[in-house]
Design a protein around this ligand. Structure first.
Ligand code: PMP
Length: 387
């Protein structure tokens, strides 16, 4: 196990004078804190004896039922027994890897992919292989070609990990056409899909997409989370999995943590049943849309020629490709010296790629800070180019 580059950056990037375009922290200041405080008191007053007791490793049945309502927004028809609550979707990533991966097994990921997923797969000694992406998500032909090659080499592939909506870090979304193709290819190769979708409901324009799980319940393990649509502080996520897989995930969860925080689950459950949570997500989306628009407009007006970037329809991230000759990782200390931080692209690959890339997030800083951050970043890039 090695420390992730993002975590190491947090200490520097959180200094007040630095505009951080690095971390993907949701902007929880928009939450109705007073109402959440009342909910906490009600849970203790009315359900205290249960809330302060051990619960089950599969999770509170009432919350699992409510998660099915959230899932319906992504086109998924699930029942509460399909759901296992997890400590954020991060724990689901860990449990799935624990259950499926033996040292040396191949795990397929998009290129680039979520840094902590790479770290989790690596902790179980997976052989991580990347599949190319473009602006419409993973390229089906590249997936097919990789699977055929690995089959010829006699290498078992345990699953294909994908973040289909507003991907972290690339910001791109898998098109409807490609969703069908990816499912066909994975079915033909008898390959499980691990669909990680923490950002799906944070859409600022365009049509909502059906989850992969909606059309292939037997082939897909779906990971969801309340971290971005409510708060990461509750640490509540979930997995939907075919029943045989789910049974193993529950056993793995029992040995990892015995039971969930009953209290946190009840607070989130009461929030969902007493607060207009769909409206809250709309409010979040308005706030994030303004920040995304500011970032894209700032990039458009200020970036030197030869720089390209993605245009996310939702989520938190823009993926920038720097002009030839610039190295985002080498440049970072100079950028921090100029009071702006980002995440270099190299952390999002298991292989030595991403030197000309950076991930910029627009979720946390204000619109004014975002344009000031881009101004500082462009200043650093220009002085590197003229060196
Ligand atoms: N998957 C992806 C793609 C993420 O971006 C994140 C959060 N950064 C997670 C999983 C983990 O989220 P959580 O554990 O808070 O649900």
């Amino acid at each position: 196990m090695v420390a992730s580059e993002v975590r190491a950056l947090f200490a520097v990037a959180s200094r007040p004078e630095v505009v951080s375009l690095a971390g993907g922290m949701p902007n929880v200041s928009a939450l109705p804190l007073e109402h959440i405080g009342e909910i906490v008191q009600q849970v203790i007053a009315e359900q205290g004896a249960t809330a302060l007791q051990y619960g089950s490793a599969q999770g509170d049945p009432v919350l699992r039922e409510q998660i099915c309502d959230v899932m319906a927004l992504e086109g998924i028809d699930a029942v509460s027994d399909d759901v296992i609550v997890t400590v954020g979707s991060q724990q689901a990533l860990d449990l799935v890897t624990r259950v499926f991966v033996d040292p040396g097994d191949v795990v397929l990921c998009e290129a680039p992919t979520y840094v902590t997923a790479i770290n989790t797969f690596a902790a179980f000694q997976a052989d991580i292989r990347h599949v190319a992406m473009d602006g419409d998500g993973v390229i089906p032909e590249a997936l097919e070609e990789t699977l055929t090659r690995l089959a010829a080499e006699g290498r078992p592939v345990k699953f294909f990990y994908t973040v289909p909506n507003f991907q972290n870090p690339a910001g791109v979304t898998l098109s409807a056409d490609r969703r069908r193709r990816v499912l066909e290819i994975c079915r033909a190769h008898n390959l499980l899909v691990l669909e990680d979708n923490p950002y799906g409901l944070l859409r600022y324009e365009g049509e909502a997409m059906r989850a992969l799980r909606a059309d292939a319940p037997d082939n897909v393990i779906y990971l969801g989370s309340f971290s971005k649509t409510l708060s990461p502080g509750f640490r509540i996520g979930w997995a939907l999995a075919p029943s045989a897989v789910r049974a193993k995930l529950v056993l793995a969860a029992e040995s990892a943590m015995l039971s969930h925080s009953t209290f946190n689950q009840m607070v989130v459950g009461r929030y969902l049943s007493t607060h207009p949570w769909r409206e809250q997500i709309k409010d979040f989306n308005e706030m994030y849309r303004e920040r995304r628009d500011t970032m894209l407009a700032s990039l458009e007006t200020m970036m030197p020629s030869g720089t390209t970037w993605t245009r996310p329809e939702g989520g938190f991230f823009v993926w920038v490709t720097l002009p030839e000759g610039l190295d985002a990782k080498a440049m970072l200390p100079r950028a921090v010296g100029q009071r702006v931080a980002y995440v270099p692209g190299t952390g999002f690959f298991a292989s030595d790629e991403g030197h000309r890339n950076m991930r910029l997030s627009f979720c946390y800083p204000s619109p004014e800070e975002i344009s000031e951050g881009i101004r500082r970043l462009v200043g650093v890039m220009k002085s590197e180019i003229s060196l």
